[in-house]
Design a protein around this ligand. Structure first.
Ligand SMILES: [Zn+2]
Length: 393
């Protein structure tokens, strides 16, 4: 009578070397290769960090890719130690691997001992559908979408630039959007600030923006900062974020933001608008110029938008805000050529885009020095702003 399956497994296991999780851990530090022989769904729901994945059903055909050297020390594991023992038998007895062990108790015992398990983030069924058009482009894909969901972006202002940028960043699945704005929605905003609406006139812009974003994409966490950006709070406000979207409408804030972001080595995606003209650049500290390299002194006061109400074509901040959102996404998914060291000028009446090279200024008062050297007193230093605006008449 032929032996039962259970009997064969017992015999095979007797002939296979088993290794205790603690010893396996030491061996991994000594260069042993760890191979997970479970099915794909099991691997994806959590595996031992650094493990290669070769499902047992593909062992003979794929192990040479994972472990080309047959003298290499290999530790195999599965859920409980049974499949890995059978796989170890195949590797040593049939494929000629010289030093093969099976992890005793599998990943179950490994976890019980409190050792580390990597649980890859996966998208829910709903997220796969929501972001399906991102998953179809390799530059984003699953990896990029997970980066977006894990990203923290701070928007300065939920106004002309911030409104369209926030809408598209939320739609794209940027996981955390902070919004700094102490203003309320005004009727005159609605010609361009599309995140707000007529019913919300008089409502704080951060609340209005949050409501629109939540309705668009519940994956996004909105952090509301109903305050003005000042030297006293800027470091604290910026610190939890990865990237800043600058939609500030005044020069003192831009200088302050620049100095703080250089200190924190945090990239700023900056845009400005006036009339039919827009400007855009990415200030990535120490990789490209900073705002002060580009504008060592503020432009003439009569051109300073914050000195009074200036006209702007309603669509223009939409164009520029979406170019900002595009740069933010590129930075997060680490694809393409960010607009670092380049100033993009858009002129809507002539329908022209022009690009200017901007270089780091070796004499720049801020980014020519190490971040630790920039003191609190120097941050946002700017000529007297009241006087500056008065000079413009
Ligand atoms: Zn600089």
């Amino acid at each position: 009578m032929s032996p039962s399956g259970a009997e064969i497994i017992r015999q095979i296991r007797e002939g296979v070397d088993e290794i205790d999780p603690a010893d396996a851990r030491d061996q991994l530090g000594n260069g042993a290769v760890l191979v997970d022989v479970r099915e794909s769904e099991e691997f994806e729901s959590g595996h031992i960090p650094g493990a290669q994945h070769v499902p047992r059903g593909y062992l003979e055909s794929r192990i040479e890719n994972a472990v080309p050297d047959r003298s290499q020390h290999v530790v195999l594991y599965c859920a409980s130690g049974q499949r890995s023992a059978l796989a170890a038998h195949t590797l040593s007895d049939l494929l000629g691997y010289e030093h093969v062990e099976s992890l005793k108790g599998g990943i179950t015992l490994w976890k019980d001992r409190g050792y580390e398990v990597a649980v890859p983030q996966t998208l829910s069924k709903e997220q796969r559908e929501r972001y399906s058009r991102h998953l179809l482009i390799p530059e984003v894909g699953l990896d990029g979408q997970q980066k977006l969901l894990g990203a923290k972006v701070l928007l300065l202002g939920a106004g002309g630039l911030g409104a369209p940028a926030a809408l598209y960043l939320a739609a794209a699945g940027v996981g955390t959007l902070g919004i700094v704005d102490d203003d309320e929605v005004d009727l005159s905003n609605l010609q361009r600030q599309v995140i707000h609406n007529t019913e919300r006139i008089g409502v704080p812009k951060v609340d209005s923006a949050e409501e629109t974003i939540q309705a668009l994409n519940p994956d996004v966490k909105v952090v509301k900062h109903k305050t003005r950006l000042e030297a006293s709070n800027i470091m604290e406000l910026l610190e939890p974020y990865d990237i800043v979207v600058d939609g500030a409408d005044n020069f003192p804030t831009r200088y302050l933001l620049n100095d703080a972001s250089v200190r924190l080595r945090m990239p700023v995606v900056s845009a400005s608008i006036l009339g039919f003209d827009g400007q855009l650049s990415v200030f990535k500290p120490y990789e490209g110029p900073c705002y002060r390299c580009l504008y060592p002194v503020p432009p003439p006061a009569e051109l300073a938008p914050s000195c009074g109400a200036n006209g702007v074509l309603g669509v223009l901040p939409g164009v520029m805000g979406l170019l900002q959102a595009t740069e933010v996404i590129k930075l997060i998914v680490e694809q393409g050529e960010p607009l670092v060291g380049r100033l993009l000028l858009y002129e809507a009446l002539g329908a022209t885009f022009t690009e200017l090279k901007v270089r780091r200024d070796p004499e720049c008062p801020i980014c020519s020095r190490d971040p630790e050297e920039i003191s609190d007193d120097e941050m946002g230093v700017f000529p007297d702003y009241e006087a500056f605006c008065e000079a413009s008449g």
